[in-house]
Ligand binder design. Structure first.
Ligand code: EPU
Length: 345
């Protein structure tokens, strides 16, 4: 029986990961209708090979080939499913490209996702690592995540509390082989106060002479800031921030601050302190460094880049050297943000 989805076999994944490193898989399964997902999963060969689910491939480092099949949801339907005039609930299938979806919500007059404009990737990937930028994390806007539970082989709908969102973390990230995100429901508002906690965002709006920014103004400022700081993956391979900002006990942060008064430190809700991985890496002299085609972006120390022909293994080796130097100098362990396939950190 043919698969109820588009199959490419074998497949070159170079164009399917934003680092643009070479990797292959036995087959790529593209699911255009999330309703067919249970049938697709049921028809997978029972040969013990792990299924790799990818979104936009923008938070992924292939340190080797995919072990078996790769599955991508390409269903990109979206709709307003409830509307009380002040706000609305929007449901988007996992295959929506994130930034296009954000622009669509803004065009509907719905605010809430503007601080997350221009993040690469898909709607389905957004809750997995709880994407966040410029003072907003997507989990704060999510009502529910719809997923296929591979353990029970049932479709589930998990409300925001059940998703256990944390900083670049969620239930889905902790159990990567269990849940396959199929759709996400967002609560958005027609006239919410903009979130301007990130100083650079406030400054950018002020510089444009905008005193009372609309959601669209905020999105435009975010787009400009991202373009000025972060390399465009369409031009130079990268996966955004390669490391998470380390969260440490307050006493650790205070001790480091005493030794390095210029070190940025940010408070978190649970009383611990978030350090700036970019600053730590920058202090170790890595910005703009290059090992062959594997490098650190000249404009941002947290972004690893592929100058053309780097392999995933070369990028991973560079990441390990960077983390090793930060550990040696500051005693702080860095953890990668992207999912690494074919190696463990
Ligand atoms: N800094 C340096 N050197 C650099 C870059 C930054 O010392 O080369 C220092 C500066 O002091 C700056 C601080 O690091 O004030 C923080 O930098 P930035 O504002 O660029 O934010 P970030 O902590 O490096 C995080 C997210 C980004 C998100 C921005 C803005 C993580 C891992 N990264 O970066 O998310 O866009 O905040 O909110 O949390 C991503 O996850 O891929 C990503 C790009």
């Amino acid at each position: 029986m043919p698969f109820p989805c588009r199959v490419t076999a074998p497949v070159d994944l170079t164009a399917r990961n934003s680092f643009a490193v070479h990797a292959t898989a036995r087959r790529l399964l593209e699911v255009g209708d999330i309703a067919t997902l249970p049938a697709v999963i049921a028809a997978l060969p029972d040969d013990g090979t792990a299924l790799l689910v990818i979104g936009g491939g923008s938070n992924l480092l292939f340190a080797g080939d995919a072990p078996g099949d790769v599955l991508a949801i390409t269903d990109d339907r979206r709709a307003i499913i409830a509307d009380d005039g002040d706000g609305a609930v929007v449901r988007a299938a996992a295959g929506n490209a994130w930034h296009g979806f954000v622009l669509w919500t803004l065009a509907q007059g719905l605010g809430g996702l503007e601080n997350l404009a221009l993040i690469p990737g898909t709607v389905g990937a957004a809750p997995i690592q709880n994407i966040g930028a410029y003072g907003v994390e997507v989990g704060e806007r999510i009502v529910a995540v719809e997923a296929f539970d591979r353990n029970t082989r049932e479709a589930v709908r998990l409300d925001a509390a059940a998703c256990r969102f944390g900083y670049r973390d969620s239930l889905f990230k902790r159990q990567p082989d269990r849940y396959l995100v199929t759709a996400v429901e967002f609560a958005l508002a027609r006239s919410a106060a903009p979130v301007l906690d990130y100083a650079g965002l406030r400054d950018a709006l002020q510089a444009r002479g905008i005193a009372r920014p609309t959601s669209r103004d905020v999105a435009d400022a975010v787009i400009d800031i991202r373009r000025s700081k972060l390399p465009d993956p369409a031009r130079i391979g990268n996966a955004g921030s390669f490391f998470k900002n380390p969260v440490v006990p307050a006493a650790t942060a205070a001790a480091l601050r005493a030794e390095h008064p210029a070190m940025p430190v940010f408070a978190t809700a649970d009383g611990r302190q978030k350090l700036s991985a970019a600053w730590l890496i920058d202090q170790c002299g890595w910005k703009g460094h290059r090992d062959g085609d594997a490098g650190v972006a000249p404009g941002h120390a947290l972004v690893l880049v592929n100058h053309g022909g780097a392999s995933g293994a070369e990028l991973l080796a560079l990441a390990r050297r960077i983390a090793g130097s930060v550990q040696a100098r500051f005693g702080v362990a860095l953890e990668p943000e992207p999912r690494i396939v074919g190696a463990t950190w």
